[in-house]
Structure formats: C-alpha cells, structure tokens
Design a protein around this ligand. Structure first.
Ligand code: PHE
Length: 377
C-alpha cells in the first residue's frame, strides 16, 4: 500500500485507467487502507489526526481523489468514479464516527485490557485441602502398626448395647457404664432393641472376632461419643484407635513390647514407657500405659526451673488403657480360651495429638478454623 499516496497524486489517465471496469479495484485498495488504519489502537488525539488525513478539506485523501481522479476524469469514467467516491466517503465518515464513540466511551480500553495477556501475572492458585491433624495422626499410628503386621478395619458408629457393652463383659447395671455416659438414639415405636452411639471402638473387637479366626491383628480407627460437657479436655465426640491381637502364642511380654515399640515410634526414641495396674471388664490383667513426659524429658522440671506444666511435675503422662483380652470375652465369639491369648488397647487420638503437637484445647479439632488447620499442612 505504500504506493497509494503516489496514486492519489496522479490522474487516472496517468495511472492507465481508461475503462470504468478498472475503477472498483482502485477504490477497494483505498478502502482497505482506511479500514486497516481505523482499526488500530488509538486515543482521541490519534483519531483526530486520522480523521484529518482522510476527511480534511485541504489535503485529505477524499479531497485528493476529488481533485486528481474525479475532476480530470474523462466523461466515460466520471460517473463511475463519482459513485465510488460517494460510497467511500460514506464509509469513511460512518466508520470514523463509530470509532470516535467507542474511544470516548472507554469501551476500547476495557476491551483491549480484557484481551491482553499479562504474562507477568502470577498464575491462578487453587488451594487444595490437606488432611486434618487428627487424620494425620491416625495415619501415623496406622503406619506404625502396619509395619508390625496389623491391618485396619472400621466399624459402625451406631451400635447395639450388645456390642458396645454386653459382649465386652459389661453386663447391664455394671458400674463402668456410668463412666461412659451414653447417647441413645430415639427409635421409632416398635423397635426391637435400643441403639446407641458407640462410646469406644472396642465393639469392633467383638465384630472382628465374630468374623475371623485367629490369628487376628487389627487396629480400628474411628469416632466415638460420650455425653461429656465440652471444655479444654472434653468433647462429646472424639477419636480412638482400638488394637486387638489374638493368637496361640501371645504373651504379656509381647504385649508390653508392642506398646513400647509403638510409643517410641510415635514420640521418638527418647521417651520411656511404664504401665500401671488398671481395670477394664474386657481385659485381664488391665493396665494403663504412661509415657515419660516428652516436654521435660521425664524430669518433672520445666524450662524455667519450676514444675513442668505438662506433667505437673510427675515426669509421666498417662497415655491409654490396655490389657490382655479377658477369657470371658472369648466366650462371646466362640474362641477357645484354652487355645488362644491376646491383648487389646484403646488409644485416645485427640489426647495423643494434643500431647505430640503441644495443643492445649481439644475444641480446636472440631472448630474447622483454617488458621489452626493451616499450621498442620
Ligand atoms: N475401650 C476403653 C476405653 O475407651 C479402652 C480400652 C480398649 C481398654 C481396649 C483396654 C483395651 O476406655
């Protein structure tokens, strides 16, 4: 198109145009030149310059065409040139007017801003969730027990009194039922048996032994429910991991060794364990496991020289209950108590997580506050 201005300065005769049929191509060329110029990005000032160069009275393109092409044209060509020129003028006027309006309304800029790709912009970050700390601790515990041949089973949170109590050697009116203030479900009239929210994961001991023959080595992660009032250490919903191992050759020594292995894997090799006599209806003997305080190294003395606030100076922290499976329980699942022995334990996960990560309020596990959750990605 660089030659267009030159063409504009010459007459049709000089351009070799002698027949009307040659005229349209000439104007198409001019029109294309205008169309390309008018669609470039511009502000009002640039638009004004463009308008002048096409419609300006003295030396605009249309004036040049009038002077150089139309006026000197032969009679034969005049009509065709006049028609084309009128069309071109109408086109240039309406297009440039249209363009002015769009520049003024700012539509231009927003459109080009929208279409522009800014490669320096950071990408769109789509946050993906992470596992809740409780889920993470479940996983840690599962991994430790996987490594010594346990597998995971899960069970219902809605249970019958039989599995939650009776088959665990807790008959009706047994005093330990008072320690586990139980949520019972409202049932439709005519329901044959009461239903409750399990107060511990121990019912899965029974369900597992009903289904499988020894050897059994399982852990049971899950939620449990007790009618406790919420405070920093109590919640009516919390988490346990039940453990059960039953075989023909399981000894008390193998039991305590297994627990010690677990506690050291979980808290680190620096801690010690001990156990004290305790009582559960479904284990005999029953014990309570303690870990040497991970905060003061078991000394009972805190960082400032005073009493360690975590273990209250005792040097030990109570961890969880456990014991050798009571032979009476085997009676409920048709295992032969003369042939098999086993152990069971019930770990409170919330408590363990609080200890390991220095959390002093159990409620944060249930509040879904992202500021807390993000600290454990
Ligand atoms: N189920 C007991 C509780 O919730 C814990 C426990 C499990 C004790 C297994 C001994 C053996 O308190």
């Amino acid at each position: 198109m660089a030659d267009t201005p030159n063409k504009l300065a010459q007459t049709l005769a000089a351009l070799g145009v002698t027949e009307p049929a040659q005229i349209p191509a000439l104007f198409t060329e001019v029109r294309e030149r205008f169309d390309s110029q008018v669609s470039r990005p511009m502000d009002l000032q640039a638009w004004e310059i463009l308008r002048q160069s096409w419609l300006g009275r003295k030396s605009g393109v249309l004036t040049q065409i009038t002077d150089n092409w139309l006026k000197p044209a032969t009679q034969e060509l005049k009509r065709g040139v006049g028609q084309e020129l009128n069309q071109l003028r109408a086109h240039v006027e309406s297009k440039s007017e249209e363009r002015r309006k769009s520049i003024e309304s700012g539509a231009e800029e927003t459109a080009s801003a929208r279409e522009r790709v800014d490669l320096s912009l950071p990408g769109v970050i789509r946050p993906i969730g992470s596992h809740h700390l409780i889920r993470q601790v479940f996983q840690q515990i599962e991994d430790i027990f996987f490594s010594i041949g346990f597998s995971v089973v899960e069970g219902p949170e809605i249970e019958t009194p039989y599995y939650n109590f009776e088959a665990l050697n807790i008959p009706e009116f047994h005093p330990v039922r008072d320690d586990m203030d139980t949520f019972y479900l409202d049932l439709p009239k005519g329901a044959t048996q009461p239903l409750l929210l399990r107060t511990h994961t121990s019912p899965m001991q029974i369900r597992t032994m009903e289904k499988r023959q020894p050897p059994v080595r399982v852990i049971v992660p899950g939620k449990v429910y007790r009618r406790d009032n919420p405070d920093a250490t109590h919640s009516f919903i919390f988490h346990q991991v039940e453990g059960l191992a039953v075989d023909t050759d399981i000894t008390f020594c193998g039991f305590t060794g297994t627990i010690e292995y677990f506690v050291k894997q979980f808290f680190g090799p620096g801690v010690n364990t001990r156990f004290r006599p305790s009582y559960f209806p479904f284990t005999e003997p029953s014990v309570e496991f303690d870990v040497s305080c991970p905060f003061c190294g078991g000394s009972g003395t805190g960082a400032g020289g005073g009493t360690c606030s975590k273990c209250k100076g005792a040097g030990w922290i109570e961890l969880f209950g456990a014991g050798m499976v009571d032979p009476a329980v085997y009676g409920f699942v048709n295992y032969d108590p003369k042939k098999v022995t086993g152990f069971a334990f019930g770990i409170g996960i919330d408590r363990l997580a609080m200890l390991k990560y220095g959390i002093d309020d159990i409620q944060v596990f249930f509040q879904n506050d992202a500021r807390f959750l993000r600290q454990f990605p």
